[in-house]
Design a protein. Sequence first.
Length: 498
Amino acid sequence: MNKMEYKPLVLLGALTLLMLMASLALANGGPFLIKYPNGDPAAKGILARLDPDLKPARETRLRVIKEDLKVTFSKGWRHSQDQTEPPVADVSAQYVIENPTNSQIEIDFGFPILRGIYIEPFEMGEMTSAVNVRLDDKRVPFSTISSSGIYGITRQRTREVIEKNLSANNTLANLVAAVHDAQPDTSRAARRALSQYLVDSLKWNERDAALMLEYASLDLDKQTRAPRDRSPWHQGDNHLNKLMNANLGPLYAIGEQKATQFFAQLAARFDPQAAATYESIFTAWGGDVRERSVDLKTGTVRPREITVDTAALNDFSSRISDPTIYARVDYLDPKAKISESEKESCKAILKSLPVIFTFAPMNILHYRITFPAISTQTLTVSYRQYAYSDTHAPSSYQLAYVVHPASFWNDFGPINLEVAVPRGVPFRASIPCLNNGVEERQIYPHSSEEKVPCEIYRAELKQKTGEIYLAVDAEAWKSGGQKVAANRPNERLQQVAR
């Protein structure tokens, strides 16, 4: 990686790994499997009320009369200073839901959002401010399970698989303990003995054997950085906050995605199903484990392609850096406060992990709704997030939406799509859309009265499974943004800059 310049990187999708996540903006809500079907007032915390698998269940009592899905490609908070900033997708999913039964129904909903929620710097104290859930005209309280929380859950489960299987094999357990407890003068012999047993007796390949060597060497419970005990994502759920920090130790230097991949790869040696824990969450909701995009020229869906900028990679804290890229490169935080031997272990892990690997973050919104008997209510979930980049010529910014959860309802009406794109910016969707002309729409943040001409595309989704992809031309977006911004009042620009 040290010598890497600009290289085309095609995200071809994951093959054997667990936690491969599609680069999708999952947005279609569906009920969770409920751990306590009748409700449990004693249950505390986010996960206490939900099935640990975080997968949607079939809904047979309620019916969705229709869903109105609206997407507007808008400008982010720093557009006046940086015209290369990608679009912000304003997404609104509005469901008209009927309870035709004679009984009141209370239900938990899950709403997955991949690739993260858009956060403005002055909103960091309230990290869910970019999201709104409303029932008719009333706000609905919700909690957010962050990607870090889900990674933490996965690391815990896969580590439990590893430890259980070590306990079941005395020879392997003793060899692992010998490596962990070895002194400098006995370390080489202990590592050689463990590696030989894994390869010769258990028939492991050399790469997985190397991973187990580092698993045995590292103190994975060691606190190497200040824990994030007060995560605004998991307010009121200390268990989830602890899992977010757990099973990392020195591995925080390679990032939580790679650390989670490391545990899953080892767990797969003992139980292939354990390795699929994370992936199964997304496939259950209908997301594809591969990074994909719609081709701006042909309209066909293909693997995502992205050009890696080494300078951008070094800016690990950048708010618009792409987390999926960090999962695919051998990134080691040069500022990590770990020992030299721990750095060598991290390098060995990066060298031995599979290369073809896709990883996008996901947040899950959780909220509870009550539907009175014989009633119809309107549920709206809205949020903002950055569109992701695809550098295959012509380059584009993309959003993907998973419609698959609609298939978990016995009765789910039409899904009406509307996409607003600033006039002059080419648009392509993976489904046929009609251009319905130009309408005035707001695309600037904190400017409710200012609107610009946008082309409006509409379609009715016939297929209620899989995903749809929406793309805008990147170069046109950048140049169009400059032209529009140049016509805006200086006072407005200064207000946004503040």
